[in-house]
Ligand binder design. Structure first.
Ligand code: C5P
Length: 293
């Protein structure tokens, strides 16, 4: 029997770059949430490991051992037939490949009767999972959290849900190039204790005081991101427009789902070549749990 695992998009609501390790990796302090928009991985029995990729965002996604899904599955099993339906644009700052790798880990582990929880997988294979990509551990949680270190020190949080529009101008941005363009690598972290956030308005007020330190360098590498941010910020009801991760996907936050959906519709109509979605960001862990083993 096949199992299905949903891989929700990861959104960095904030991302402060607070230092740099000797190996060149940057130390981060980031508030992360997840969107019920994502890829779908189907796992069935196979002889050896194989992967097939289809879906609207499949172009250019490798189907061999270079795909993070294959690398992730290979950590746990040597036989599985994997089918990835790609709905998230690749190399876009919303975790696509990392979310897929996390889905593979959850799904393969659950099929083998193992512990598919983020805590269990990280306790057993933390180093190898982090080596797949710095965002893979957070994608295992698929729920709001604070990420520190290079993405391995994770603290789940209860953040209020927030309606958002997600926009990618269909330009891939190289994460190492953005980190190279970063001028200050010792920016202030977020406050150690976050203020109380009772509702969406509180959350947006707190986020407004914070930043994504990769936004300016990403705009220097790819100036089209400035247009995306301006387009989002001009939508009625948009309270905050910011880039996620190392870009180029940006998000706008709204007080209501209706406003976010209207913004998505308006942007998609004006820019038919862009990838646009609206979603409520929050806890997607139930949605991301493997189904049908
Ligand atoms: O781990 P991941 O494959 O996502 O990282 C891609 C590249 O981004 C790394 O090789 C590194 O250049 C940069 N990076 C970084 N600091 C991080 C995460 C990524 O410098 N915390």
């Amino acid at each position: 029997m096949a199992s299905e695992v949903f891989a929700p998009a990861k959104i960095n609501l904030t991302l402060h770059v607070t230092g740099r390790r000797e190996d060149g990796y940057h130390l981060l302090d980031s508030l992360v949430s997840f969107a019920p928009v994502g890829d779908l991985l189907t796992i069935s029995e196979g002889d050896g490991l194989s992967l097939r990729v289809d879906g609207p965002e499949a172009e250019g996604v490798p189907e061999d051992g270079n795909n993070l899904v294959m690398k992730a599955a290979a950590l746990l099993v040597s036989d599985a037939d994997l089918h990835l339906h790609k709905a998230l644009p690749a190399a876009s700052g919303i975790g696509g490949g990392s979310a897929d790798a996390a889905a593979a880990l959850r799904g393969v582990s659950a099929r083998g009767g193992g512990d598919a929880s983020a805590e269990g997988l990280l306790a057993a294979h933390g180093e190898e999972i982090l080596a797949l990509g710095a965002d893979v551990p957070m994608c295992l949680y698929a729920r709001p959290l604070r990420a520190e270190g290079i993405g391995e020190a994770l603290t789940p949080l209860a953040l209020p849900p927030v309606a958002a529009v997600l926009v990618n101008p269909r330009l891939q941005v190289s994460t190492p190039a953005v980190f190279r363009a970063l001028e200050r690598r010792d920016n202030t972290p977020m406050p150690e204790t976050l203020p109380d956030m009772r509702d969406t308005a509180d959350l947006i007020a707190v986020l407004s005081e914070m930043r994504n330190d990769l936004q300016a360098p990403a705009c220097a590498v790819q100036p089209a991101i400035l247009d995306v941010l301006a387009r989002i910020g001009a939508q009625p009801g948009c309270k905050l427009a910011r880039m996620s991760g190392s870009g180029a996907t940006c998000f706008g936050l709204f007080l209501s789902e209706t406003e976010a959906a209207a913004a998505a519709e308006a942007i998609a109509a004006a820019e038919p070549g862009w990838w646009v979605a609206s979603a409520v960001l929050g806890d997607c862990s139930a949605l991301a749990a493997p189904r049908g083993q």
